[in-house]
Ligand binder design. Structure first.
Ligand SMILES: NC(=O)c1ccc[n+]([C@@H]2O[C@H](COP(=O)([O-])OP(=O)(O)OC[C@H]3O[C@@H](n4cnc5c(N)ncnc54)[C@H](O)[C@@H]3O)[C@@H](O)[C@H]2O)c1
Length: 252
């Protein structure tokens, strides 16, 4: 028996980085996966790699109409929803002093509103499936101060607080829907590679340093798989750090 056999999962931002690894691993472990992304070309490629048990739907996570369409297509194709991985997001560099209101609002619209909409529509669909698991990608930046990422950190703070609220609400309502957040430090993906000039970074090289702050996307996918599976059935409202002890070292 595979670890998420037969579960129907939506993964946003599945065209690249962490979302891609999540989708591939969930599929390998028996899930039916709905991959969404703004990047249609790469998203379709990942879905094709998975095959019959995958469906790609183009989505802007900030659009309510797009969320309604994703849920509709998921239910039409697979009949239920068990897992939502709210993963897509954008990074913005800037302190409080050099972040414009326009940039702030763009980041909140995608990283915060987009996750709110995903959770809202997933809860409605999961109630009808008898329960489920929502996994929200937050960040270590929502737990400790990172001056260079003011808007981004704040959006991840919203995701962290929203996760707690949803977990308690669903427990109170008896929905059997769990909601947890993941808080990585660095992950070796196009998002962070862009900060370092765009060139791919060899993971083996990073791992020669035991204090390395950049994990492999598969390290996150392994946790997503666990949270999606029934192995984590009593884990709800948790904030799971994947940071090689960075936060507790006080060196953020
Ligand atoms: N990379 C890191 O160091 C790091 C650290 C902590 C947390 N995270 C979080 O992990 C998650 C995955 O990040 P990643 O590093 O794989 O990033 P990535 O940039 O490699 O991938 C993000 C994907 O989201 C898609 N996307 C962006 N905006 C979208 C929108 N409005 N609608 C739909 N899709 C959209 C992009 O096309 C891309 O495919 C994000 O939530 C990110 O904030 C990343």
């Amino acid at each position: 028996m595979k670890r998420v056999e037969g579960k129907v999962c939506i993964v946003t931002g599945a065209a690249s980085g962490v979302g891609r690894e999540d989708a591939l691993l969930l599929a390998r472990e028996g899930a039916k996966v709905v991959l969404t992304d703004l990047n249609e070309e790469l998203g379709r490629q990942v879905a094709a790699e998975i095959g019959e048990q995958a469906l790609f739907v183009r989505q802007d996570i900030a659009s309510e109409a797009d969320w309604q369409n994703v849920i509709k297509q998921t239910l039409e194709r697979f009949g239920r929803l068990d897992v939502l991985v709210n993963n897509a997001a954008i990074l913005a560099v800037g302190s409080i002093e050099d972040t414009s209101l326009e940039l702030w609002q763009k980041v909140q619209r995608i990283n915060s509103d987009g996750y709110f909409l995903g959770c809202k529509y997933a809860v409605a669909a999961m109630k009808d499936s008898g329960g489920g698991s929502i996994v929200n990608m937050s960040s270590i930046s929502s737990l400790g101060g990172m001056p260079a990422f003011c808007a981004y950190s704040s959006s991840k703070g919203a995701v962290t607080a929203m996760t707690r609220s949803i977990a308690v609400h669903c427990r109170e309502q008896g929905y059997r829907i769990r909601c947890n957040s993941i808080h990585p430090d660095g992950i070796n993906t196009p998002m962070t590679q862009a900060l370092a000039g765009g060139a791919p970074i060899a993971q083996e090289e990073l791992e020669r340093n035991p204090k390395n702050r950049m994990c492999d996307p598969r390290d996150i996918a392994n946790l997503v798989l666990f949270l999606a599976s029934d192995e984590s059935r009593f884990i709800n409202g948790a904030e799971l750090r994947v940071d090689n002890a960075q936060l507790v070292s006080g060196l953020l």
